[in-house]
Design a protein around this ligand. Structure first.
Ligand SMILES: Nc1ncnc2c1ncn2[C@@H]1O[C@H](COP(=O)(O)OP(=O)(O)OP(=O)(O)O)[C@@H](O)[C@H]1O
Length: 611
C-alpha cells in the first residue's frame, strides 16, 4: 500500500507568497526585550538625565539628550513608524520626558500607587486577544478545534472518581469544561514510536505531572493554560502536540513550497527559542528516523540570524516555526510566510508575553491568523490578572496547574544572605566554593554582569557572560561553552537566560535580587530540574526594595526556610487580625486566605493565584 503521506493532494491550501531570501533585508536585530521593560529602562535613564539637568539648571531640549538616549529614540521612532503616526510619537516622547522629571520627585509609595492604578485601568480597558478581523466581524469561536486524537479505550472507561484520584496523586489541579483525562504513561498517549524511543534514550520514561494532564489536553485540540514549576518538562508538553498536528496535516495533505506553518511556538528570548527549536528538530528527526513518518520542516525565526542561513528551510513547506515576537512580526509583515493555514499557537513564558507591554506584539501576531487556532499558554508563573485576561481570549480553555502558580520549585534549597553591596564580589568567590560547577550567577544589570565576569576571570575562574547587549555570536558562544562544560560559570542577565535548560546546574547565585518575585522564581529554577536538587543563594542588602524582600519572605515561608533578618521585616499592610488594608479586589482578606485575584502587590501578598 502506498504510504499515507504520499497520498495525492485533493484540497488546495491558500499558498503563501514566494519567500524572499535576499540578504539585504536580513538586517541584524537587537535582542527582543519586552516593551514594559524597555519602557522602564528608558524611564530610569530619562529620570536620571532629567535629574542631572535639573541639578545643573539646564533646560531640557531634545538635542541635549545623551547619545545613548538619542539612539534609543531613533530605534523607537523606526518601530513606531511601522505601527502608528510619527506625530503621536513625538507627543508621547514629550509626555515621557515630563513624566520622567515628575517621577524623579515622587516617593516610592506614590509611584507604586500610580503603577497599580495603571494596571487596574489597563485591565479594565483590555480587549480580548483576537485578530482585528475577528474583532471587527464579531467572529466568536465557541467550540474547541477538532483533532483526530482520542485516548485509548481503557482510559476513556475510567470513572470521574478514578481520574480525580489520579490528578490528586500528581498534585494536578484542573479547571474547565470536559477536561480530557490525565494519562500516566507515554504509550497510552499514542505518541509515535520514533519519538518514544528518542525520549527513552534521553531517560524520559514517565511523563511529569504537567505532561500527564497537559499532553492529552493539547492532543484533544483544547485551548489551555499550563502552569508548572521551572524544569518540570513544559517544553515537551507543548512541542509534542504541535508536532502531532503538523504530522496529521502532512499526512492528510503534504505541504509544498510556499505553504505553512501549521504551528508556531513563541518564546520571549532568542536563546529560549533556539533551545526549543533544537528540541523540535530532535523530536521531528526521531520521527522520520523510523521511516514511517514524512519529514517535517521547522524554521527558527529570531533576530540576529540571517534567514539565508536557513534557506534550505524554505525549499519545501514549513510545518513549524519557533520564534521571538519581534522577528516573527517582521517576517509576517514581509510576507516571508503567512498564517493562512496556521492552527496552533503556543506561547512559552506566556505571562511575560501578554504582560502589559507585550500585549501589542501578541495582538499584532494574532491579527495574521486567518482561521481558528488552538492556543496554549505555558509558564511557571502566571499572575491572576493575566490568567483572567487570557482565559477570556481562549475557547473553552482548560487550566492545568501543577503546584501553586508562582511557587518556587521545592527541589531548590533557597538560601538568602545579607551581603553588603561592597562585600558582594569578594563573598561571591567564597560562595562559589559551596558546590562544584556548573554555576550560574544572575544580575539584571548588564554592566554588573560584565564586572562580575571580569572579576572572576581575574581570579582565574572560567566564566562566560550573557546579556542583551552582547552580539548573537557572543551569546551563542557563551551558551555553547557553558553547556559543553568547557566553562564552569555563566554570569547572566535574567532576560537573556529565561527558561534555558542547562544540564545539572548545581548552584544558582543571585547577585542582585530582581524586583519581580516571578523573575526570582524563574532564576532559581535553572537548578533543581527534572527531579534533581540544587542550591540557590541570593544576596540581599539595604538596596533591595522592601516590597521585594516581603515577596521573598512569603515565598520562603512556603519552603519553611526564612532567615532571621527577613522574619523581622513586618508587612506594613497587615493590620490587626491578619487583614490587609485597602486592596480594591479582596478587601484585605488575602493574607489569611490567599486567593486575591488583583495581582496588586502593593495590597496583596502575591500577584499570583493561589490554588
Ligand atoms: N518526563 C520527563 N522525565 C524526565 N526528564 C524530563 C521529562 N520531561 C522533560 N524532562 C527534562 O527536564 C528538563 C527540563 O525540562 P523543560 O526545559 O521542558 O522544563 P520547563 O518546565 O520548560 O522549565 P522552565 O520553566 O524553566 O522553562 C529537560 O532537560 C528535559 O529534557
Amino acid at each position: 500500500m502506498e504510504p499515507s503521506h504520499k497520498r495525492r493532494r485533493i484540497v488546495q491550501r491558500s499558498p503563501s507568497p514566494q519567500y524572499k531570501l535576499d540578504d539585504e533585508e536580513n538586517v541584524d536585530y537587537e535582542p527582543y526585550v519586552p516593551v514594559a521593560q524597555r519602557r522602564q529602562e528608558k524611564l530610569a535613564k530619562l529620570s536620571s538625565w532629567a535629574k542631572s539637568l535639573n541639578k545643573r539648571g539646564i533646560i531640557s531640549t531634545t538635542e541635549d539628550r545623551p547619545e545613548e538616549l538619542q539612539d534609543e529614540d531613533e530605534e523607537e521612532i523606526r518601530r513606531e513608524t511601522l505601527r502608528k503616526d510619527r506625530t503621536l510619537l513625538a507627543e508621547a516622547q514629550e509626555v515621557h520626558l515630563k513624566k520622567a522629571a515628575e517621577d524623579a520627585m515622587k516617593t516610592e509609595a506614590e509611584k507604586q500607587e500610580e503603577e497599580d492604578a495603571e494596571i487596574l485601568a489597563a485591565v479594565a480597558t483590555r480587549r480580548k486577544l483576537a485578530s482585528d478581523l475577528e474583532l471587527a466581524k464579531g467572529i466568536l469561536y465557541t467550540e474547541p478545534l477538532q483533532t483526530s486524537w482520542n485516548p485509548p479505550k481503557h482510559i476513556r472507561d475510567k470513572t470521574p472518581e478514578q481520574l480525580a484520584r489520579l490528578r490528586e496523586k500528581y498534585h494536578i489541579v484542573v479547571e474547565g469544561e470536559d477536561v480530557p483525562p490525565p494519562i500516566e504513561f507515554f504509550v497510552d498517549m499514542k505518541i509515535p514510536d520514533g519519538i518514544l524511543q528518542h525520549l527513552k534514550k534521553n531517560k524520559i520514561i514517565k511523563p511529569t505531572p504537567i505532561q500527564i494532564q497537559g499532553i492529552p489536553t493539547a492532543f484533544s485540540g483544547r485551548d489551555m493554560i499550563g502552569i508548572a514549576f521551572t524544569g518540570s518538562g513544559k517544553t515537551l508538553a507543548f512541542c509534542l502536540p504541535a508536532i502531532m498536528m503538523a504530522l496529521e496535516e502532512e499526512i492528510k495533505l503534504p505541504l509544498v513550497r510556499g505553504e505553512g506553518p501549521v504551528g508556531v511556538i513563541l518564546c520571549p528570548s532568542r536563546e529560549l527559542a533556539t533551545q526549543t527549536f533544537e528540541n523540535v528538530k530532535a523530536w521531528t528527526g526521531a520521527l522520520v528516523s523510523t521511516g514511517r513518518s514524512p519529514p517535517l520542516n521547522s524554521l527558527l525565526c529570531i533576530g540576529g540570524i540571517s534567514m539565508s542561513e536557513q534557506s534550505h528551510a524554505f525549499t519545501t513547506g514549513i510545518h513549524l516555526v519557533v520564534a521571538t515576537p519581534g522577528r516573527l512580526i517582521d517576517m509576517l509583515e514581509k510576507k516571508r510566510f503567512t498564517f493562512d493555514n496556521c492552527k496552533y499557537l503556543c506561547m512559552d513564558e506566556a505571562d511575560r508575553m501578554i504582560d502589559l507591554g507585550f500585549e501589542e506584539d501578541v495582538r499584532n501576531i494574532m491579527s495574521f491568523f486567518k482561521r481558528q487556532r488552538q492556543t496554549l499558554l505555558f509558564s511557571a508563573t502566571m499572575p491572576r490578572k493575566i490568567q483572567d485576561f487570557a482565559q477570556q481570549s481562549l475557547v473553552k480553555p482548560v487550566l492545568v496547574n501543577v503546584g501553586r502558580a508562582g511557587a518556587a520549585n521545592l527541589d531548590v534549597l533557597q538560601v538568602v544572605e545579607y551581603v553588603k553591596q561592597e562585600a558582594k564580589m569578594v563573598y561571591l568567590l567564597e560562595c562559589l566554593q559551596k558546590t562544584p560547577p556548573p554555576v550560574i550567577i544572575f544580575s539584571d544589570n548588564k554592566n554588573e554582569v560584565d564586572d562580575i565576569q571580569e572579576y572572576l576571570l581575574l581570579k582565574g575562574v572560567e566564566a562566560v557572560a550573557i546579556h542583551g547587549s552582547k552580539t548573537q555570536e557572543e551569546r551563542q558562544y557563551a551558551i555553547r561553552s557553558f553547556k559543553s562544560g568547557s566553562k564552569d560559570v555563566m554570569v547572566a542577565s535574567g532576560v537573556a537566560s529565561k527558561g534555558l535548560d542547562f544540564n545539572d546546574i548545581q548552584h544558582v547565585i543571585i547577585f542582585s535580587m530582581p524586583k519581580e518575585i516571578e523573575d526570582y522564581v524563574h532564576q532559581i529554577g535553572r537548578t533543581g530540574r527534572s527531579g534533581k536538587t540544587g542550591i540557590a543563594t541570593t544576596f540581599v542588602n539595604m538596596n533591595t526594595p522592601e516590597q521585594t524582600l516581603l515577596d521573598l519572605k512569603y515565598l520562603l515561608m512556603e519552603a519553611s526556610r526564612v532567615p532571621a533578618f527577613l522574619e523581622k521585616i513586618d508587612d506594613p499592610r497587615v493590620v490587626q487580625g491578619n487583614a490587609l488594608k485597602g486592596c480594591p479586589v479582596c478587601g484585605g482578606k488575602s493574607i489569611s486566605t490567599p486567593t486575591c485575584a488583583s495581582g496588586l502587590k502593593q495590597f496583596c501578598r502575591s500577584g499570583s493565584r493561589n490554588l
